[in-house]
Design a binder for this molecule. Structure first.
Ligand code: 5U1
Length: 674
């Protein structure tokens, strides 16, 4: 039988051993034992802590993932501002940077000047606070002065130590604030998107967005599943050391992970050589970088140089050129979306842009094509900008328009079903008007119906949906409920187990909510929030199906356009028949519980306009605001609640100022979304 002292000693020894192996694996990149042996140690500690919970401490390796979501992010005021960096884009700008520094430090051009160079990660800057060696807080950069407390999420990242290492306890500083970047390795990002694809979830545009989305989770259990990693690039104390490179080495002794590519170089030549070397390494790096960071290595020089506005004078980001390439536009196809909208897609002569070969790019819509003056056979510039869908920026200015260039003509008939194409009044979009009789729209409608936020039918990815429709097994949405293991086995590459899993998933999805069901129907202008609002208002489907236009527009958040789509949808006999068949198949929902609307839609009735670059993508912000009940408009008017303005905002700011509409920055947006 173990006594108290023995248990404590055993637990402490196990923790020490696990921390040592964590450090070897995550920080030194040199594991000392096989994964299986590590798991055994971890399980042993877990079992002991479960048996003796009184010995659990927050720094235990088992305590990385908090068991419950938090209700909101708290703000965190940085002890020293988290600065951004000025940018350089050319050798000339780097020479100017060096020249300016030499002038300010009164150094001649022949004196050697030491710089610390490191990659500029495409991730998110965070600060980590250690008290007596224990990680007590972690925060985002926010606006540089105030960030968000995301401790619960940062603790789930294995390369962030919960406890600092040192030879002896006296070596551990009382307080230590480390700064660095959280990023998502490319492999992890691709695996995450594969998972999203399989589950019909929205894909992340790039590793940075995926990292940002993962860190802004209220539920740390979700963050823990995301492949995030951390590198430190600095710290707010200098330990009496002379240089940045020495400081990095010191941080490493505490078990803090550093980037192995950090390096001291001498003079501009050293910086330029490092840049060229990094450019050649870039395609094979396991993470995305968008340039390099150059810092004066000596702290006394850094101190003398000081700061301008939000950026230090002693450092600069030397950015890689935008990921653009020139190629020829071979043809334009028109893809038909769920609601019949035709999107022009550029088919390009394959071209290598930023690590991938691109042969398709979006042309957005007819207005964009005209605005950019793009013709088939034109030489065009394609931009990847880290996004998964590349875009055609415009015709290349380096070359004359080819003689065989042809104007892009929008089809008058649907390229899939041959029905008429129409452009509604005040709409840019052209649509195929034949609804679910068009195969393309049926595929998209079923993909939407089975998606996670709708009926959540697991395992029914795009390739199966296409096969089900191509094989004639599905002609209408309700045919999903007639699928059996036997007829699923007729599909190419469908195995018995997968067929059964699919049948089970369809069966399990039958219990849903009224809001999800309304959303799943894919009615135009009825997103997740509007569907939820309708379900709360009407409480049952019959009431909604019988609602008049006047009743619908009286509901906050349902405008006349959405109301007319609802009326048209529910008056349509085939739609009525489909709903009846779905309900006969056993789809059901429980009665609606009453909740005050202000509780679940705190921004109801508010309208925002977004401009400029913010830390999250525009789509992400729109989705989050909409989920809180807000409307997002594209133009500023007197009815706008506020304009949310990021970096490089457009003319919307002037319009807002003229109309006296409030202007919110990143920090205020973050508070709004809290
Ligand atoms: N690698 C690296 N990224 N980064 C970002 N170093 C680095 N240093 C920074 C920032 C904002 O700031 C210090 C120069 C203060």
């Amino acid at each position: 039988m173990l006594n108290d002292i023995n248990i404590n000693t055993k637990i402490a020894k196990l923790r020490q051993l696990i921390e040592k192996h964590d450090n070897a694996y995550h920080v030194l990149d040199a594991p000392l034992i096989p994964d299986g042996d590590y798991d055994k140690l971890y399980q042993e500690l877990l079992a002991l802590e479960q048996r003796y919970p009184e010995y659990i401490t927050p720094d235990s390796p088992t305590q990385r993932v908090a068991p419950k979501p938090i209700s909101a992010f708290l703000t965190h005021t940085h002890t020293q501002p988290m600065l951004s960096l000025s940018n350089a884009f050319s050798e000339a700008e780097i020479s100017q940077f060096d020249k300016r520094i030499r002038q300010l430090l009164t150094l001649s051009e022949t004196e050697n000047l030491s710089y610390a160079c490191e990659p500029k990660f495409d991730g998110l800057a965070v600060s980590l606070h250690y008290e007596k060696g224990i990680l007590v807080k972690g925060a985002t950069r926010g606006d540089g002065w105030v960030g968000e407390d995301i401790t619960h999420n940062l603790k789930t990242i294995s390369s962030i130590p919960l406890k600092l290492q040192a030879k002896s306890p006296q070596d551990i500083p009382e307080n230590l604030e480390i700064r660095g970047e959280v990023y998502m390795p490319i492999q992890g990002f691709e695996a995450l998107n594969q998972h999203c694809l399989k589950n019909n979830e929205k894909l992340f545009a790039n590793p940075r967005n995926a990292a940002a989305g993962s860190l802004r989770q209220l539920d740390p259990r979700i963050t823990a599943k995301r492949p995030l990693a951390f590198y430190a690039y600095g710290c707010t104390s200098h330990f009496g050391l002379n240089t940045h490179m020495d400081l990095l080495a010191k941080l490493n002794t505490f078990g803090i992970r550093l980037c192995a590519l950090s390096q001291e170089v001498i003079n501009t030549q050293g910086i330029l050589a490092y840049y060229q070397d990094l450019l050649t390494k870039r395609p094979s790096l396991p993470y995305q970088i968008d340039g390099m960071v150059v810092k004066i290595n000596h702290f006394d020089f850094q101190k003398k140089l000081g700061f301008v506005a939000k950026a230090p004078r002693f450092a600069i980001a030397y950015k890689f050129p935008a990921e653009e390439a020139e190629t020829q536009l071979e043809s334009v196809d028109f893809q038909v979306g769920r609601t019949g909208v035709l999107t022009p897609v550029a088919r390009l002569k394959p071209v290598y842009v930023g690590g991938v070969t691109v042969s398709n790019a979006t042309l957005h819509n007819i207005d964009e094509i005209h605005r950019k003056d793009i013709y088939v056979h034109d030489w065009v510039i394609v931009r990847r900008a880290g996004d998964v869908i590349p875009e055609v920026v415009g015709p290349s200015l380096n070359r004359p328009r080819p003689k065989n260039a042809q104007k892009i003509v929008f089809p008058t008939l649907c390229p899939v079903c041959g029905s008429d194409i129409k452009q509604a009044k005040n709409e840019v979009a052209m649509r195929c008007m034949s609804g679910l009789y068009c195969k393309a729209q049926l595929i998209e409608a079923i993909k939407h119906y089975v998606s996670r936020k709708a009926m959540n039918i697991d395992g029914l990815g795009e390739k199966w949906v296409i096969q089900l429709i191509e094989s004639g097994l599905i002609k209408h949405i309700h045919d999903l409920y007639d699928l059996t293991q036997d007829n699923l086995l007729k599909l190419d590459r469908m195995a018995e187990k997968s067929a059964q899993n699919l049948v089970d998933a369809i069966e399990n999805s039958k219990k849903t909510t009224l809001g999800k069901f309304i959303y799943a129907l894919g009615i135009r202008e009825i997103g997740e929030v509007a569907a939820f609002t309708l379900s709360k208002h009407f409480k049952n489907l019959d009431n909604l199906m019988l609602a008049t236009e006047a009743e619908l527009v009286a509901i906050p958040d349902i405008g006349p356009v959405a109301a007319s789509h609802l009326i048209r949808f529910f008056q349509d006999k085939p739609n009525q028949n489909m709903i009846e068949k779905i309900i006969q198949a056993g789809v059901f929902w429980e009665s609606i519980q009453e909740l005050p609307q202000s509780l679940y839609l705190p921004l109801l009735g508010k309208t925002y306009v977004i401009t400029g670059t913010l830390s999250q993508s525009r789509e992400e912000i729109k989705e989050k605001l909409a989920a809180l009940g807000a409307k997002i408009a594209s133009a500023v008017s007197a009815k706008t609640t506020a304009v949310i303005a990021g970096d490089a905002p457009g003319s919307k700011i002037q319009k807002a100022e003229k109309l006296g509409v409030a202007i919110l920055g990143q920090a205020e947006l973050d508070k709004l979304l809290m």
